[in-house]
Design a protein around this ligand. Structure first.
Ligand SMILES: [Zn+2]
Length: 308
């Protein structure tokens, strides 16, 4: 599916409208235009996902515990908590876990004040939430009180939840959140389902690292694991399997190879950054950018030309 001019304009208009009502800390944050309807979708064994606007929220509600993974934006988080309370007989949230610091995944943390007992994130994600690279710090926020560098896990009723950092990828503070018995893994923004990802170079992104992280993630899970993606292209699901992760790894490699060929052909940085045509073989991802410094071509160009 190509990114038509109409879709592009619709996305831009929605983004502009949303930017106008969000705090400066989130200006420049990326999210897709979505129908602003709160929708809870079960996956299996008391784990499900919530969509409204921003990165997909994961949740667990069982007789012994309530867990949320990511928080979208404040208004969406409030709608999420209202629906969650109906499903949990009014119980509070034992753990709110952030997959990374971006505003469309953590901006709603503030709405969990008073209802989340613990807020968990990777140490770098915590650092970036407090001082976002390239953006103003949030005026008010519910920051993590529990951080980790490699692994964190907790028993949550009859389930076990684990957060694992596999290395630098979309940022330097990404974590995969796995509900082990349900065998469901929330990827945050480590997987965009067939659309060009946001690549936060200022916060430590690396495409080569990202490919390694996805390989490690697949090896560390099973063939039956259901993965939850932060975002998906229009009409595509926000859940999938290992084949989707492997496909995204292949795409990242193809972007690097494409940019490498452009550089070898003598193209300048500006010429590479201005490329908009869909990547050959990955037309479903649509046209590139424009996303400025968070454009994948920016990161690919820097990696190809500096080797880092
Ligand atoms: Zn992100």
């Amino acid at each position: 599916m190509s990114f038509t001019r109409r879709e592009f304009l619709a996305t831009s208009a929605a983004a502009a409208a949303a930017a106008a009502i969000t705090r400066p800390a989130f200006a420049g944050a990326f999210w897709q235009a979505q129908a602003a309807q709160p929708v809870f979708t079960p996956i299996r064994r008391n784990v499900g996902f919530f969509t409204m606007r921003g990165g997909t929220i994961g949740f667990l509600v069982n007789p012994g515990a309530v867990v949320a993974v990511d928080s979208q934006f404040p208004a969406e988080a409030t709608a999420f908590l209202t629906g969650l309370k109906e499903r949990s007989n009014g119980r509070g949230v034992d753990f709110l876990i952030n997959t990374h610091h971006h505003g469309d995944h953590s901006g709603g943390n503030i709405s969990f004040r008073g209802s989340a007992k613990k807020v968990v994130a990777h140490a770098k994600a915590d650092e970036h939430m407090r001082t976002p690279p390239g953006a103003n710090p949030p005026a008010d926020q519910l920051f993590p009180d529990t951080t980790f560098t490699d692994n964190w896990s907790a028993d949550v009723g009859d389930e076990k939840v684990r957060a694992r950092h596999y290395g630098r990828a979309h940022t330097s503070g990404d974590a995969v959140i796995t509900f082990e018995r349900a065998n469901v893994a929330h990827m945050g923004d480590l997987c965009f389902n067939q659309r060009h990802p946001v690549v936060d170079r200022a916060a430590g992104a690396t495409l080569r690292g990202w490919m390694t992280v996805l390989d490690r993630t697949v090896k560390d899970h099973s063939s039956d694991t259901i993965y939850v993606f932060g975002h998906a292209n229009a009409g595509l699901p926000v859940t999938g399997n290992a084949a989707d992760l492997n496909g995204f790894t292949t795409y990242l490699g193809a972007v690097l190879a494409f940019v490498d060929a452009q550089v070898k052909a003598g193209k300048s940085r500006d010429e590479v950054m201005a490329m908009r045509d869909p990547l050959k073989g990955f037309e479903a991802y649509g046209r590139f950018g424009p996303m400025g410094p968070r454009e994948i071509l920016t990161c690919a160009y820097e990696e190809v030309t500096t080797g880092q």
